[in-house]
Design a protein around this ligand. Sequence first.
Ligand code: FE2
Length: 379
Amino acid sequence: MASDGQKPIILTVDDEPVILNAVLAALKQDYAVRPFKSGEAALDFLSKNRADLILLDYNMPPGMTGFEVLGKLQANEHWRNIPVIFLTGSEKSEDEVTALELGAVDYLLKPFNERSLVTRVRLQLELFRHRNNLEEMVVEKTEEIAYANTRLENINRKLEQRDRITLDLLAQASDMRDHDTGAHIDRTTAYTAVIVNDIVANPQGDYRIPENEGRDIIDAVKLHDLGKLAMPDAVLLKPGRLDESEFAIIKTHPTEGSKMLRDAIQKMEDDSLLRTALDITYGHHEKWDGSGYPEGVKEKAIPLCARITAVADVYDALTSVRPYKRAFTPEEAFDIIYKDAGTHFDPYLVEVLKRHEDEFREIAINHRDDLPPEVAVYQ
Ligand SMILES: [Fe+2]
């Protein structure tokens, strides 16, 4: 037999000593029974000790009623889970309902049948143990899930970071083929972001970009000249203007870039960033009036992201030094682009640019190529 210290502790609270003795006789073999003549005494014991179950009388004059004791138990976060069985002489069914509604787990009439008492106590203790085990399991599983989620978040963050770095490396590699300084990509991305953010914030008609697609465009624009990786050095690095046949070769860079991206999309089973990169790479030299390349498509048949890139890319080319030209000032570049609204450029996007001249000026200056002063013609 287990020693008293290892047995579940049962409080029995009743003003009648005969009942306390009967409970003690019925349960003492398997439980450590603690008898109390009043609710106050039982609560005092509980404030310093633990209990596994409480048998509670209803009427205990002149002290607290059983319902009052139950109310105190329910109000205390340490006591509210202790199972309470009412043990009372009241046969009023509304008392039974009230007791159960207040949180009692069972209800026994006095005089009680000893076997019935023993069985009900055992069942309630088992139920309590199961509930506790379940709660512990829930806590344990919740902790495991939280840990797994944190790990997954870290892995995702790492993958996203690697994705971004790989994209930047690829963009830099394509940019270094024909612009030594590498700042072209940063500037074109920044100009694109200005236009994209304007459209995200002010959607109108066909000109609306959800925020996530806006992020895709800003990331993907870095790859607009990916096809330059496939261009021969003799053409790409030629100082001075290209002749007709050389220009014909350069004009294949959107198609070359799009081939690489189509392959990648197939391997990924589609991907919104790569698809946006494909639209930009293939369409950024198309013109609004259909006189561009490689397809000669016009107006809104050119994807919006490619039309945006065209404005950003040309503004940067105009304000940068090339082997065959000086860098135009932002004002000169604005003039050229405004004159080409409706021919080269989407007129709506030119209006967007007009609203952000200051930002375009600032980007051109902050991300300027590190050039000798004689060729950097504007400050
Ligand atoms: Fe290009």
